[in-house]
Design a protein around this ligand. Structure first.
Ligand SMILES: *Cc1c(COP(=O)(O)O)cnc(C)c1O
Length: 415
C-alpha cells in the first residue's frame, strides 16, 4: 500500500498544524447566485440565511446580470459547451479571436491573448518573453500569481518597496546593464485598495529603458473615467507594455484572463506560454458572456459611475462613524481592526445582523494589520449600503472602537 498510515498521519499532522495556528480556511456554501444579496449556509449544516454581500469582487454587479446570462445562453446554443482541445490544435473559435480584439479595443492595446485564468496569464507571460540576461523588478506587494510566474522564469529578480518610486529608480540604476528590465506591479492592490503610481512608473521606465507590466485584475472595468483601468486613471493609456487582467472579477466574474499589450509580446505568448499551449482556453459560454460585458461597458459608464457614488457614500459613512480606514478612493475599503480575533468576532456579529464581510488576518495581511475588507459594488442599492453601515456602527459600538485611533484599538485588543 503506497498511501500508508505513516503518510496519512504526516498529512493529518500538517493539517492539524494549520488548524492549531488558526489558519484553517473554512469555506461557506452560497445557495444562491452571486449578487448584492446572497443566501449563505453558515455554520455548515444550518439553514441558508439571506445576507448583504460586501466582500465579493463583483464590482460592477454583472455576475448575475440578465443580459450577460442571456448572452451566455446564446453562446452555449450556438458554439456548444466545451472545446475539447487546446487552441493551437482545434480549440479556437471565431468568438475567441473576437474577444481578444474587443479586449484590445477596451484596454487601448495592440493585441490580446486569452488564458484560462489571470493566474495562468501571470504564470506564463514572464517565462515566454524573458531570459537569464533580463531582470524583473517587482513591487513587494504584488499578487501571489505574479510571484509564481516570476519563479517559473529564468530571468533575474529584484524588488522595490511598495509604491516607493525613489527606491524603484535606484533599482533601475542598479540594473542598468541588463538586456531587458521589466517593472512589475498591480494596478490596484487588493488588500489595501491603493492605486499604483503608474504615471510616475511610466516616466521612470521611459528614462531607464524598461518595460512596464501591470496586473489590472482589481481595476479593469471600473477604474478611470470610462473604466478602462489604472492606466486610464493615471493618464498613461498606450504606454503600458504588458497588461494582465481577469474576467473573474468585475468583467462578469466567471473565469478567464488575458495578456494584453505590445503585439510582439502577445505573439511570443502565443508561441511559448505554457498555460496557453497546454491548457484549454475559456469555454464558449464564458466568452459570449464577457463579449456582452464589454459591450455593456463600452455603451455607457453608468455602472462604474454608480460604483463611484456607492463607494463615496460607503467611505464617508464609515469614516464619519469613526472607523479607521485605509486611505484611497477605490471600491476596496479595508476597515482596520488590527487584532485577528477582533476581526473574526466582528465578522460574525455582522453576519448575525445580515451582513456578509470577512475578517482578514495574518498571513493574508501582515501581523497586527487584521481587518474587515469591504468591497463595494454597482449592484448595491442605497438601502443595502445603509443597512450595512448601520450594522457596522452597531458592532463598532459593541466593541467600543468608534472614534478610537489605531493606537487605542491596539491598547484595548492587542495586535
Ligand atoms: C484575482 C487575481 C488574479 C487571479 O485571477 P484569476 O483569473 O481568478 O486566476 C491575478 N492577479 C490579481 C492581482 C488578482 O487579484
Amino acid at each position: 500500500m503506497a498511501y500508508s498510515n505513516k503518510i496519512k498521519e504526516l498529512y493529518q499532522n500538517q493539517l492539524k498544524g494549520i488548524q492549531d495556528a488558526g489558519l484553517f480556511k473554512q469555506e461557506r456554501f452560497i445557495h444562491s447566485s452571486q449578487d448584492a444579496e446572497i443566501e449563505v449556509e453558515f455554520p455548515t449544516g444550518s439553514a441558508p440565511k439571506k445576507v448583504i454581500n460586501v466582500c465579493a469582487n463583483n464590482y460592477l454587479g454583472l455576475s448575475s446580470h440578465p443580459e450577460v446570462i442571456k448572452a451566455a445562453h446564446e453562446g452555449l446554443d450556438t458554439r456548444g459547451y466545451g472545446m475539447s482541445s487546446v487552441r493551437f490544435i482545434c480549440g479556437t473559435q471565431d468568438i475567441h479571436r473576437e474577444l481578444e480584439n474587443k479586449v484590445s479595443e477596451f484596454l487601448g492595446t495592440e493585441d490580446t491573448i486569452l488564458f484560462p485564468s489571470c493566474m495562468d496569464a501571470n504564470a506564463g507571460v514572464f517565462e515566454a518573453i524573458l531570459t537569464s540576461e533580463d531582470i524583473m523588478i517587482s513591487d513587494r506587494l504584488v499578487h501571489a500569481s505574479i510571484i509564481d510566474g516570476m519563479r517559473l522564469c529564468a530571468a533575474q529578480h529584484d524588488t522595490f518597496k511598495h509604491s516607493d518610486m525613489a527606491h524603484l529608480e535606484k533599482k533601475l540604476q542598479l540594473h542598468a546593464d541588463k538586456r531587458l528590465k521589466v517593472v512589475i506591479n498591480d494596478g490596484v492592490y487588493s488588500m489595501d485598495g491603493d492605486t499604483a503610481k503608474l504615471d510616475e512608473m511610466a516616466a521612470l521606465c521611459e528614462k531607464y529603458d524598461a518595460l512596464l507590466f501591470v496586473d489590472e485584475s482589481h481595476s479593469s472595468g471600473f477604474i478611470g473615467k470610462t473604466g478602462r483601468g489604472t492606466h486610464e486613471k493615471c493618464g498613461v493609456m498606450g504606454k503600458i507594455d504588458i497588461i494582465t487582467t481577469t474576467f473573474g472579477k468585475a468583467l462578469g466574474g466567471a473565469s478567464g484572463g488575458c495578456v494584453s499589450g505590445r503585439k510582439e509580446i502577445v505573439e511570443m505568448c502565443r508561441q511559448k506560454a505554457r498555460p496557453y499551449l497546454f491548457s484549454n482556453t475559456i469555454a464558449p459560454v464564458v466568452v459570449s458572456g464577457v463579449l456582452r460585458v464589454l459591450d455593456i461597458l463600452s455603451q455607457s459608464t453608468e455602472r462604474r459611475d454608480k460604483l463611484e457614488v456607492n463607494t463615496e457614500f460607503w467611505r464617508k459613512g464609515l469614516s464619519e462613524a469613526g472607523f479607521v480606514l485605509k486611505d484611497g478612493d477605490t471600491p476596496i475599503v479595508p476597515v482596520m481592526l488590527f487584532n485577528a480575533k477582533l476581526a473574526q468576532d466582528f465578522s460574525k456579529d455582522l453576519f448575525d445582523l445580515g451582513i456578509y464581510a470577512i475578517g482578514f488576518f495574518f498571513p493574508v495581511v501582515p501581523q497586527g494589520a487584521a481587518r474587515i475588507r469591504t468591497q463595494i459594488s454597482a449592484g448595491h442599492e442605497m438601502h443595502h449600503l445603509e443597512k450595512a453601515l448601520d450594522a457596522f456602527i452597531k458592532v463598532g459600538k459593541k466593541y467600543d472602537i468608534l472614534g478610537k485611533t489605531k493606537q487605542e484599538i491596539i491598547e484595548m485588543y492587542g495586535n
